[in-house]
Design a protein around this ligand. Structure first.
Ligand code: GAL
Length: 385
């Protein structure tokens, strides 16, 4: 089977110019079916299952992944599941029915794909867990993501530096907003930030007026902007109405930061500018950063995540068992670590390729996002390219 895949793939790659097993392109063009048809017949299929279009980044992920795989001659089936767990299971079943040769999946709920991925395993189809770790299945070959703990750590360190917490005895008030408990990443982000800030909470330099410091209490189902907004409005009404100052809103990502920012704009009585963290570089949040409403975001270059996924996917389709050497062999222009200890999905450690996130503020948007070509400036605000 693997051998057959390799042969098919090799043929697909060269089919545009030369027919498989027949080295003479001109002769082929005269006597056989049109080249386009032959190419379609021999192309390997890649099934890409993304969670939702309603969270901005996945639109970019889907586009980049599709572009990368198609550029290498693969046929791509790309699905979005509207953040609905059963729909994602159906979508993946559909991809399997379409005879995809490789699956790339960003799960809505990491725990809900065990059965459908058993079908993938039974058919020997390699599965790459994309960005979010899929739990409790041994059908996963590899995990490609960013260093999720570091994302949170960068947010925590940003607050530490902005308030000079190492050197101050002043007291600052902070509230936490974390992500979706169904997303394995969310705990990593929260812990990364909390581990940096916890000593200051213990020391009393940071105070959490709501007392909500546990992940379960501050989590936001589906990373929903309105849910994050409602919760922050409640916190403001309950703990800040009497003139208490809110100094920091530590938000795990941009969709939640957007809701928290809206709540602060509409319901916060104070006049200080609240430090608000985020993650992703969503356009609405970059606009808020430029307008001074959000303070930072942690940017993850999903264009590079797509490149890493492509190279890993190709190796898997060739029947290889890639390891850390894939990074050097692929000659990526970005940093990536091969990790074989951090991500256990309940069936064992899943070998992971982890890219490196970057802190973006008003001061370096141009350098990090525009000069690098990921975004272009339009009417003074960044738009994703
Ligand atoms: C996470 C992802 C983040 C963020 C969030 C909501 O899994 O790593 O970048 O976008 O989902 O979509």
């Amino acid at each position: 089977m693997k051998k057959l895949l390799s042969v098919l793939m090799a043929c697909a790659m060269i089919a545009v110019l030369v027919a498989c097993g027949n080295g003479n392109a001109t002769k082929q063009a005269e006597s056989a079916a049109p080249v386009a048809e032959q190419t379609a017949a021999t192309k390997l299929r890649v099934g890409i299952s993304m969670p939702t279009k309603s969270l901005e980044r996945w639109n970019r992920d889907g586009e980049y992944l599709k572009k990368e795989f198609e550029a290498k001659g693969y046929q791509v089936d790309l699905t979005y599941s509207d953040n609905k767990i059963t729909q994602q299971v159906n979508d993946i079943e559909g991809l399997l029915a379409n005879n995809v040769n490789l699956l790339v999946i960003a799960a809505i709920d990491g725990d809900s794909l065990t059965q459908v991925l058993k079908d993938a395993k039974d058919r020997n189809i390699p599965v790459i867990s994309y960005d979010r770790l899929i739990m409790n299945t041994d059908a996963i070959s590899y995990y490609v993501s960013f260093d999720n703990y570091t994302v949170g750590k960068l947010q925590g360190e940003f607050v530490e530096q902005a308030l000079d917490l190492k050197n101050t005895d002043k007291k600052y008030n902070i509230e936490f907003t974390a992500g979706d408990p169904a997303d394995n990443n969310a705990g990593f982000f929260f812990n990364g930030a909390f581990d940096v800030l916890k000593p200051y909470i213990e020391k009393g330099t940071l105070v959490v007026p709501s007392g909500q410091t546990e992940f379960e209490k501050v989590a936001t189902a589906q990373w929903s902007t309105p849910t994050a907004m409602n919760r922050m409005q409640n916190l403001l009404a309950s703990y800040y109405a009497g003139g208490t100052q809110l100094d920091v809103a530590l938000c795990s990502n941009d969709s939640t930061a957007l809701g928290v920012t809206q709540a602060i704009e509409s319901d916060y009585a104070g006049s200080n500018s609240v430090i608000i963290t985020g993650q992703d570089g969503d356009e609405a949040n970059l606009k808020n950063i430029i307008d001074g409403k959000q303070t930072m975001t942690v940017y993850k270059a999903v264009a590079n995540e797509a490149i890493a996924t492509l190279d890993l996917g190709e190796a898997l389709l060739k029947g290889e068992k890639p390891d850390g050497s894939l990074i050097n062999n692929s000659k990526w222009s970005f940093d990536c670590a091969y990790d074989t200890s951090s991500y256990n999905n309940g069936t064992g450690i899943i070998p992971s390729y982890l890219l490196v996130p970057t802190v973006v503020t008003k001061d370096n948007i141009q350098k990090e996002l525009v000069d690098t070509g990921y975004y272009k400036m339009e009417n003074g605000y960044p738009k994703a390219n």
